[in-house]
Design a binder for this molecule. Sequence first.
Ligand code: SR1
Ligand code: MG
Length: 394
Amino acid sequence: MGYKQLTEETAVTYAKENGYFSEKAVVTCEEIGDGNLNYVFRLRDGKKGLILKQALPYAKVVGESWPLSLRRATIESDALQIFAKYVPEYVPKVYGHDETLAISAIEDLSALTITRKGLINGEDYPLLSKHIGRFLAHVLFYTSDFGIQAEEKRVLDSQFVNPDLCKITEDLVFTDPFANYETNEYEEELQGVVDELWCDKNLKLQVAQCKYKFLTRKESLIHGDLHTGSIFSSSSETKVIDPEFATFGPLGFDLGQFIANLLLNALSREENKRSVLFYHIEQTWSVFVETFTRLWMLEGVEPYTREKQWLPIVLNNIFTDAVGFAGCEVIRRTIGLAHVADLDEISHKETRLQAKRHALQLGRKLLLHKTENADARLFHILFDSIVLGKEVKA
Ligand code: SR1
Ligand code: MG
């Protein structure tokens, strides 16, 4: 049998036929997917829950005119299982995967909240940055040439060739928001600032270099779409989900996207409620550095990782790249395709437009910034220089 789209009814039949529930169980099912690409069914029998995630052969956010390969479902399932080798505590369990139907059976995380929604509602997740810093350090280290033998890395790299999802990122993050493309979407009041952005040759030169890094640097296995909608949180747990964009890419990419989405949330808040976001940004970086350094010292697979002077260079490069990637992400989530609710749901129009103008200025500053040292206070300093008009000493 070939591919067939599940319905809430057939999802229950599928789950029973595949042994996730007994034949007699009374199972309820609801399609809860609010992402851009897939169906997500939550099934419950009163005792336990299960998620069946099915990829559609096109991008749900656009429609059938944008075909997408179903292989992304296998990539997602494989990536979750690789992440689980290193940091099982930060990913949902994968119970099974059906390549033909592009379905994964995954642990139900309903007890947790999508981090973007929680942050918008003012929730505090005290362990978020510690967990994400550790998650990234482990996955990035162990799938890079610092932590895995070259032959093994090349084979792994070939398992994550993900051309159509990478093309989405190449177009929507690095290309379309920086010129007049049909995919862009923004309020007409922003046209003036958008035009300024599109005319900025220096900015475009930096964006081109970010895109080139994404295209060419196969440094480690990256999640590829690590925004706050790809993370479930509670006060004690953090789970990274949705790695369908996973591929080999630059070490700084996921860090940049995660930080950008924290900045976007900060832009949506009043001044006295922002500090927690800057705490998370600085803590993510410091936990990442601490963990990556420990792994480098203890687990490096090549003699060259014993070279003391080299680690700070590697970390500096990761930071510099992350700053540029964060700049691209902030801009694309403001005027490109696939906005964030943090900004779009600001109900007062002028406040929303002002937050978006600030987002575009911040993205631009991040892209044009020349990093001298890897100090994550930079993000707070640049933010305040724009939003509060404070002098920059970065
Ligand atoms: C057509 S997909 C649009 C966006 O949704 C995903 O979450 C990625 O961020 C992608 O760029
Ligand atoms: Mg997603």
